[in-house]
Write a protein that binds this ligand. Structure first.
Ligand SMILES: [Zn+2]
Length: 444
């Protein structure tokens, strides 16, 4: 008989055999002393809540008391979200990060990224992401900004908003797009500072050849970033906007004085693009750093149809993009640079937007949680441990995201046969714990 739905048993076997899920879970630790509920169970509880796409920690509470999930995660009793928070705020981040790296390495060894290679190269992108914001709750590591709001009477008022922001690096282009690492912005520092820290950390985590090409936003069009990328041995495609004035202006001046190097029409997603491309090498990056770089410009007219007063009319919009790159013209002609430049991961259904929208990544309370274990400081006084809650939850989310996508997109024959979206697979796995206890011996 053909299987009709995914079982959690098949997911667990796959994750344990291929990715050592249980072994990694056993290595988790937190700041509690002699807790009833082991850190491995806390990790597995949250991991499964992401895999099942549970909408909230309250929902996880309910699953733990009404389903076999408690047995699946090896907990001796049900527990509530206060236990989760207390554990997560003092969670040790190193084993989580080590697990994320291990999962990604195994995905690469299993050729999960090969489908997305561009001219044989693997592509990653780095960008900033805002994780939460609040006007009331704050913690020591919150970033702050002043924002203008309207009160009930419509008057403008200025208020301080607290938020957290990180820089993330993600494999893109293939069907499976896991995050490799994240770096949190510290209060008072810019995104570029966190980005440099992340870039510096990546080779030690993954080696310098884990991917070949890095896509970067215009914000990172800076000499230190370019130099670091080249020192590590990556190639880069970086958006160019008016904030890089020298290079932008010299490119625009050059390109307006000559016809495009290439023109073509492209049909994609029921839209028609008329594309003109310019491509030049040898423009100085900045006055201070006149290193010659290659610039590609794309001018695109997008034709769309729409109904206006019952009649189908067509209208068009103009778009302009510029990128500079360290890639060579011979292997990466202008249309390939354009394609790379357009693969922005933020808007994709597998990127950060998806994580925040559909993966219940709403854990704002965690950053300001005062209910935390204590440790003894240098002067012998007890003090709260540093709050790792948000970072821990994010890492567990990224691990769950990587494994769930790989399971659905690479492993499951059922998902392919029935053309199941990831969210339907998540619902099937979740339903399984309502009716089936785990095997007596924990799967290994
Ligand atoms: Zn905070």
């Amino acid at each position: 008989m053909k299987e009709r739905a995914h079982s959690l048993a098949s997911f667990s076997t796959w994750a344990n055999k291929g990715f050592d899920l249980r072994v990694h879970a056993g290595g988790m630790s937190d700041a509690r002393t002699d807790p009833d509920i082991a850190p491995s169970s806390v990790f597995l509880a949250l991991f499964h809540s992401f895999v099942f796409r549970l909408p909230s920690l309250q929902q996880l509470d309910s699953e733990l008391s009404h389903s076999y999930l408690q047995q699946w995660i090896g907990a001796e009793r049900a527990f509530r979200d206060d236990t989760l928070r207390y554990s997560l705020c003092g969670f040790d981040l190193d084993p989580l990060e080590a697990m994320l790296v291990d999962v990604n390495r195994r995905l690469k060894r299993g050729k999960a990224f090969d489908e997305g290679r561009v001219q044989g190269r693997l592509v990653a992108a780095m960008d900033g992401i805002e994780v939460l914001s609040s006007f009331s709750r704050r913690c020591d590591s919150c970033l702050e900004r002043r924002v203008i709001l309207k009160d009930q009477a419509g008057r403008k008022i200025e208020q301080t908003q607290y938020y957290h922001r990180a820089v993330g690096c993600q494999m893109i282009h293939g069907p499976v797009k896991p995050f490799l690492a994240m770096e949190w912005l510290q209060p008072g520092e810019g995104e570029d500072t966190a980005a440099l820290r992340l870039l510096n950390r990546l080779p030690a985590m993954y080696g310098s050849r884990f991917f070949d090409i890095l896509l970067l936003d215009a914000l990172y069009a800076q000499t230190p970033v370019l130099q670091l990328v080249q020192k590590i041995g990556w190639d880069a495609v970086i958006s160019l906007k008016q904030n890089s004035r020298d290079l932008y202006q010299s490119a625009v001046r050059l390109f307006t004085s000559r016809p495009p190097d290439l023109a073509f029409t492209e049909q994609r997603d029921h839209k028609t693009y008329q594309v003109q491309l310019w491509d030049t090498e040898g423009l100085p990056f900045t006055i201070d750093n006149p290193e010659p770089v290659r610039v590609v410009r794309s001018e695109e007219v997008l034709d769309r149809n729409r109904y206006r007063e019952g009649e189908l009319t067509s209208y068009s919009t103009d778009h302009e993009w510029l990128w500079f790159t360290t890639l060579s013209k011979q292997i990466f002609p202008a249309p390939v640079i354009r394609q790379l430049g357009h693969s922005r991961w933020k808007n994709e259904n597998n990127g950060w937007m998806d994580l925040t929208k559909h993966w219940a990544f709403k854990h704002g309370f965690l950053h300001a949680c005062r209910h935390r274990p204590k440790q003894t400081n240098a002067s012998g006084e007890p003090e709260l441990v540093p709050n790792h809650g948000l970072a821990a939850v994010t890492l567990i989310l990224l691990i769950a995201f990587a494994l769930s996508s790989a399971f659905v997109l690479r492993h499951s024959k059922l998902a392919r046969r029935d053309q199941l979206p990831a969210i339907a697979v998540a619902a099937q796995l979740r339903a399984w714990t309502a009716k089936t206890p785990p095997p007596i011996r924990a799967p290994d």
